[in-house]
Design a binder for this molecule. Structure first.
Ligand code: DGI
Ligand code: FE
Ligand code: FE
Ligand code: FE
Length: 188
């Protein structure tokens, strides 16, 4: 399937607001990939599909994960996390994406994980710093994402995420704190 064909198809899965976000993530992922020597084509594809399951009903998401037999523990965590796992399933089954590295970038875009690839970090960060985001420190993080190595931006991003989640007293998915620990242990 061409990128343009995928784009048209993705639009049918999403509401307008979410689709606009996705197009901004594609744009940001393309720039970050170029900047960091990551495959632009893979980055654009992963970005286009990262939230493809975002508008699916909770029970459909649960069913898809149960059927896949993979990442079942995510079902014991907040349903906001489910769309990333189902996104990877839809990318493969409904868009014909076979490259595991692209599917992983989709699968881990919400939580991060330890040992992320550059492609995974590009998607995680593009999602966070796309031009429509407006949290207080977004400019700063965007600058680090372009001016420094991806790991530096990822360390800031995952620390903020863990701090935010803890401040809300919500459970933190193991991949997220494994990602956090890896970055904090690397600093010394
Ligand atoms: O899909 P997006 O809105 O573009 O962004 P996302 O997929 O990165 O994040 C979706 C939500 O998931 C966001 O509001 C924060 C939340 N989240 C991320 N990691 C965790 C989490 N929620 C819980 N409970 N635990 C996590 O580890
Ligand atoms: Fe998402
Ligand atoms: Fe994200
Ligand atoms: Fe997103």
């Amino acid at each position: 399937m061409t990128f343009e064909a995928m784009q048209k198809k993705v639009a049918t899965y999403l509401d307008e607001k979410r689709y606009a976000h996705v197009l901004r993530v594609v744009e940001m992922a393309e720039k970050l990939a170029e900047r960091h020597g990551v495959s632009v084509e893979r980055a654009k594809t992963a970005a286009l599909l990262h939230d493809v399951a975002k508008n699916m009903p909770k029970e459909e998401l649960r069913q898809a994960i149960e059927q896949s037999g993979r990442d079942l523990e995510v079902l014991t965590f907040h349903h906001e996390l489910w769309h990333a796992k189902v996104g990877a399933i839809i990318a493969r089954d409904e868009f014909g994406i076979e490259e595991e590295c692209i599917l992983d970038a989709i699968r881990y875009h919400t939580t991060g994980r330890a040992q992320m690839t550059s492609l995974e970090m590009v998607i995680y960060l593009a999602d966070l710093v796309e031009e429509g985001r407006n949290f207080p420190t977004v400019e700063q993080l965007r600058q680090v994402a372009f001016d420094e190595v991806l790991e530096n931006a990822m360390a800031i991003a995952i620390r903020h995420s863990i701090q935010f989640l803890a401040s809300k007293s919500v459970a933190i998915y193991p991949d997220s704190f494994e990602c956090y620990n890896e970055h904090m242990l690397k600093k010394g």
